[in-house]
Write a protein that binds this ligand. Structure first.
Ligand code: NAD
Length: 317
């Protein structure tokens, strides 16, 4: 199955549909990564804080050993966690993450959040727990970004990017960036369309990747109240009706609504049928009216907000 790609500002090709690795449990992770590659996925979206990078690496190593792919066929993404923002901590933790993945470069390495927290020595605890317990760190976004630029110089990352940035931070970063961010990864679904930010980033040559493309579904799993009280997007009458019209599933329509507007997606599923379905979501075209109807569902409803999880970081306010 040929998946279209986006040409990044580095010249590299990034598949427009990838496989997300958040909440993939350690015991099934290696198999899920292997199965995703076998199903045709080439982009894997991981992170230190997902606590499964060593198992991701096992899945990748097995897929390469079995001849399913070569390393250069894959586009492996990982992210720098908040406890490692100090300039002298960035390269060592990236090397540690590469070791876990059993590879020697990332295709793309993202600053996960524009939030610096106090350093945690990986020899004592790794990965650090995700929660409100850490005091703020001292690194500015500029310090961290400039350390990430050196990852590119050293060949540890082919490209670097950002995640969970708003327009103001991005504007500022572009003033000093020697290496321009290749991508911006943000929460993006019909309840949170972020059109101004998407258009600004794309206009600057920064590719946008959507996370949580199905909106509340990912956060219902986390028992989040606002997700439980929002209408399920996959069951929304507007989405279901459009899916029926094209003979597709609601999930495929939500993914296509993003990719048709040039936004990459990284859905995750442990279910073999959905895994294939999500990848096979680029071979039909929604008409303009349908795109507008889906965009019209916007209610600026953000689920992945640190403040809602008790972390005192007002990143989006
Ligand atoms: P998701 O897109 O993986 O969707 C989550 C839910 O949808 C899961 O319950 C899944 O089982 C279900 N689902 C998947 N395919 C389906 C289908 N075809 N039909 C019906 N249900 C389906 O949401 P997510 O995990 O929030 O986001 C995807 C990826 O984005 C993550 O795995 C991670 O890699 C990345 N992410 C990044 C950040 C960040 O801060 N940068 C935050 C959240 C997620």
């Amino acid at each position: 199955m040929a998946v279209p790609s986006i040409t990044l500002n580095t010249g590299a090709q990034m598949p427009i549909v990838g496989f997300g690795l958040w909440k993939v449990s350690r015991d099934t992770c290696a198999d899920q990564v292997y199965n995703a590659i076998k199903a045709g996925y080439r982009l894997l979206d991981g992170a230190c804080i997902y606590e499964n990078e060593a198992e991701c690496g096992e899945g990748v190593a097995r897929a390469i050993k079995d001849g399913l792919v070569k390393r250069e066929d894959l586009f492996i993404v990982s992210k720098l966690w908040n406890n490692f923002h100090d300039a002298d901590k960035v390269a060592p933790i990236t090397k540690r993450q590469l070791t876990d993945w059993k590879i020697d470069y990332f295709d793309l390495f993202l600053m996960h959040f524009p939030v610096s927290l106090e350093y945690i020595d990986p020899a004592e605890q790794y990965p650090p727990p995700d929660g409100p317990e850490f005091p703020a760190g001292t690194a500015s976004v500029q310090e961290t970004w400039q350390a990430m630029e050196k990852l590119v110089d050293a060949g540890l990352a082919k490209a670097i990017g950002i995640s969970n940035f708003n327009g103001g931070l991005l504007l500022d970063l572009l003033r000093y960036a020697r290496v321009k961010p290749a991508t911006l990864q943000i929460e993006h679904h019909p309840y949170l369309t972020q059109e101004v930010l998407v258009q600004y980033a794309q206009g600057q040559g920064i590719a946008v990747t959507a996370y949580s493309s199905f909106g509340p579904s990912s956060y219902i799993e986390l028992d989040a109240e606002d997700a439980k009280s929002a209408p399920v997007l996959l069951d929304h009458a507007v989405v279901v009706e459009i899916a029926r019209k094209y003979g597709r599933t609601p999930a495929q329509v939500l993914l296509r609504w993003a990719t048709q507007r040039g936004v990459a997606v990284i859905p995750k599923s442990g279910n073999a049928e959905r895994l294939v379905q999500n990848l096979a979501s680029t071979d039909f075209e929604l008409d303009g009216g349908d795109i507008r109807a889906i965009s019209g569902l916007n209610r600026n409803l953000r689920f992945n907000d640190p403040m809602k999880f008790g972390e005192p970081h007002p990143v989006f306010y």
